[in-house]
Design a binder for this molecule. Structure first.
Ligand code: ADP
Ligand code: MG
Length: 343
């Protein structure tokens, strides 16, 4: 008679699963910055403060004036796959929020010390929760302003290998600035402030995309910008590219936003470069800030946990439209420079 093998497969406890997921979602302080800023945007905040210490290694805090959370949600938000942003699989094809995976907070709380304060507008009192390495330490009611504050301290305190792998403060700070700028450029109507070790690094008042670019990259960028605009059934394109004579030796200020989300795309970058064909000095790169708006069901953002890659239904058409619209913009500028600051 055959011996029955005893079963050896076990479901991992939540805190272990969270720590594994965190490996993908949280690479460095900048990843925490991205997730917290996006949550604040999704909570419809109009004012968002980012406060970091030691390039985010000691502290990443995001304070928003958004919707806040109820008592129950304040606790639930740290559970894995807990989200208010989708309900069913079909919702993935009509996304209007940055988040939907419901794993950022669970992941962050698994590998850091987190203090959260949150209050909904209609409530008298808010909630103050401390959670460390997935363990709830305390939950109290508190007098709080409307909105939410997440303070993430001692990132990777329980994963020494990860903590030691972090780069110098200069490098980590650079990554944080990159994430901050991406979110700030994607949402020019939101007021953003950013403090590092007590100093104000950015204070971006609400305005147009042009205002935001100038506020982020300096007043010199204003004269560089050529507007690009195109509306088709497939995509609406709005934004700016730089005049050819301002092209740089290095890639730098190059931003695609798809439905207000920063994305990377070698393919779309190629379309931009194709539009500049023949008018750039060899080896130089234009700057661009391009918002593409597409019907949510024609894109798939659920390719990677960090959501910076995207699949388009009709990639080739998008390429052609993008190239043509930039060519058009560049051509317009050659005929009559457009200097209208308010566009
Ligand atoms: P996701 O953003 O994918 O839903 P998260 O783990 O980032 O997953 O957040 C879980 C949930 O916590 C969100 O769906 C939202 O309901 C709530 N939440 C997170 N951050 C905030 C915030 N700043 N303001 C209000 N609610 C928030
Ligand atoms: Mg989120």
């Amino acid at each position: 008679p055959q011996l029955l093998m005893s079963s050896i497969i076990q479901l991992l406890p939540d805190h272990v699963a969270n720590q594994i997921a965190a490996g993908e979602v949280v690479q460095r302080p900048a990843s925490v910055v991205k997730e917290l800023l996006e949550n604040a945007v999704d909570a419809r905040a109009t004012d968002i403060k980012l406060i970091i210490k030691d390039a985010g290694k000691a502290l990443v805090q995001v304070i928003d004036n958004g919707l806040g959370m109820s008592v129950t949600d304040a606790r639930l938000c740290f559970e894995r796959h807990a989200t208010s942003k989708i309900r069913q699989a079909e919702d993935l094809f009509s996304l209007h929020t940055k988040g939907f995976r419901g794993e950022a907070l669970a992941s962050i709380a698994a590998i850091a010390h987190v203090e959260m304060k949150t209050k909904q507008d209609q409530e008298e009192l808010g909630n103050y929760i401390i959670i460390e390495g997935s363990k709830f330490v305390s939950q109290e009611v508190a007098v709080l302003p409307k909105g939410t504050s997440f303070a993430v301290k001692n990132l990777f305190f329980n994963i020494p290998a990860r903590r030691n792998f972090l780069k110098s403060d200069t490098v980590e700070y650079r990554h944080v600035v990159d994430e901050f700028q991406r979110v700030a450029l994607a949402h020019p109507k939101i007021h953003f402030t950013f403090y590092h070790n007590g100093s104000e690094m950015f204070n971006l008042s609400p305005g147009t995309l042009r205002h935001r670019i100038v506020a982020v990259f300096g007043s010199k960028s204003n004269e560089k910008l050529i507007p690009v605009q195109e509306e088709t059934e497939i995509v609406t394109i709005e934004g700016f590219v730089s005049k050819p004579e301002f092209a740089k030796k290095s890639r730098g200020e190059q931003f695609f936003f798809v439905n207000n989300r920063f994305i990377k795309s070698g393919y779309l970058h190629h379309a931009v470069m194709a539009a500049y064909e023949g008018i750039l000095k060899d080896g130089t790169q234009p700057s661009y800030f391009l918002n593409l708006t597409l019907p949510p069901h024609t894109i798939d953002i659920n390719i990677h946990p960090t959501k910076t890659e995207i699949k388009f239904d009709d990639e080739q058409a998008l390429y052609a439209i993008l190239r043509a619209s930039i060519k058009h913009g560049l051509g317009q500028f050659n005929v009559a420079p457009i200097l209208d600051f308010e566009r």
